[in-house]
Design a protein around this ligand. Sequence first.
Ligand code: SF4
Length: 265
Amino acid sequence: MLTLTQSHLRQLEICPRRYQYGYLEQVPVPTDPEMLERQRWGTQFHLVMQQRELDLPIEGFLEEDAALDVAVQGLLAAAPELFTPQADRFRQSEHRRTLAFNGYLLTAIYDLLLLEPNRGQIIDWKTYQHPPKQAQLAKHWQTRLYLYLLVETSDLAPEQVSMTYWFVAPPGAEARSEDRAEPPSSIAIAYSEAQHRRTEADLRRLTDRLTDLMAPGDDLPKVDPESGHCAECSYAVRCQRWAERFGEMGGTVLPAIADIAEVPL
Ligand code: SF4
């Protein structure tokens, strides 16, 4: 059964051909060294937070990387309630949930899951300099799939679960003052029965469409060039959407490096 993560759903919704190249065929894309370093740092941050949760030593990592030390200590100071053990609270980092759905295996890995008898909190660490708006985050497939899966795989009702993103500044992020890094910030997203039903309907629509499109030997369709998605797509040359990405004059359009985080699942 084919696995679908939030990243797959996002790409599928943007452009089925991008999903084909990125996940079904795993076509490599040119990578920017600065972007790779940003991703490495984000992955390292997640690893340290996981090791800490498992009671494994993290001092070696923090001594080697001052920015990592500042980020971890800043987060511990900003959200002590997340890290305080509670007798009736289950907690686990890198917690995986899967659900068989319409012929696919929906999968999520939570950076941290906190479960109490009548409450479930999904915590996600982001190493972005510029957090998106709450409304944007609520529409993101990561938020929608993660909350949906928690409700479907537990006894909790939609109103009893939430997802909170914590943003820590990556190295080189602009700080408000020269000697102090930007403190971590958070955005919490609540959930409801209506959102749950909407997500389920959208998941059914997307998975039905993928099943229809997956005829053996056929390429998945490209998005309409007028959508604007080709302008930020790494497969533009392969897709002969060169002009949409680089412009008639050949100039490049790249995302802000400071906003590129770890490789999402
Ligand atoms: S260049 Fe455009 S059509 Fe091709 S994969 Fe990317 S988004 Fe899809």
